[in-house]
Design a protein around this ligand. Sequence first.
Ligand SMILES: *Cc1c(COP(=O)(O)O)cnc(C)c1O
Length: 373
Amino acid sequence: MSEHNNLKPDSLVVAAGRPAQTPDGNINPSISLNSTFIAGGPVGYGRSGNESWGALEETIGALEGGPTLVFSSGMAAINAVISLLPKGAVVTTSKNGYTGTMIVLAQLVEKEWLEVRYVDVSDTEEVLAALPGTSLLWLESPTNPALEIADLPTIIKAAKSQGIGVAVDNTFATPLLQQPLELGADISMHSVTKYLAGHSDLIMGSLSTRDQALFHRLFDARKNGGAIPGPFEAWLALRGIRTLSVRMERAQHNALELAMRLSKHPAVERVRYPGLPEDPHHDRARSFMNGFGAIVGIEVKGGPAAADKACESSRLVSYATSLGGVESLWERRHRWAAESVSIPVNLVRLSVGIENLEDLWSDIDQALRASQE
Ligand SMILES: *Cc1c(COP(=O)(O)O)cnc(C)c1O
């Protein structure tokens, strides 16, 4: 990793995590299909380490700026962090967080293991007021799917000055748009499934941290929890990361243009996209992010039935959950019972892919028109 210290992120995505350059050496890391290793080394058994994970961890680590562990899913990574919390710990988090995170936390509250304080992460005063007594501040920004922006520099600084552990779910932004560890967070977490892997063909998660003691505790949580990724998935994820920078650039370009056109569409009540100058989160996003991402929230006129009809009427844009792939996807979030009550029932989350902009627009335009019939 050290020979790449001076590279920019769009070079790192290509150059990091490759084998040492030797004559006739491999240009790519191999898919290491081994459950065990000859005795005498630091790894020993395949639940502790694997060459294919190592290459991926080195690459995500170079982008996030801290040693990294990959897990079998984003949720496995989240659960590893939560598993470190002692009984009675207070977690402060977004009331609009990722549904999986919300479910895990709610279950631990029900078992009287944790106390959770839910805040509007875009309301800095509210977050700061909830900090005293907090053990872990779990942040997500931009939030999924409300697309609110938290003032990460201010909030992280305040939390760290009180000795509070801070983790940021960096899935929506990717390390190209913001680097939580650089802002002082203890952990940056990814659903690698989304932008990092980028092709909707695998499920994986990651945690990055500069805190060595914390890294070892998380390493043990992975080894003993057993939520390890497969070597093939790790290899695929690394192959996906190689194009992260060009994918993000294209997807963001498409997203901004679509958001601008959607905000004038007769079938649309409101568009959420931090890249729109009129978006309430625009100035804050500009102040510390390197871009606005490629997720657009569309509140469709005519309520949930019209929103569903739009999703069912698209052809190029697939009607499916998830995000961050090369292909555009959309869905009405409240088709999931677990979606937060604070999310509008007519909100469609559009994950903008890298297709031709005009093809995307004509498909989205015809689907929205069909939704009003
Ligand atoms: C998808 C997602 C997760 C969960 O990750 P999986 O890889 O599906 O387990 C967590 N956070 C955010 C923001 C996500 O979008």
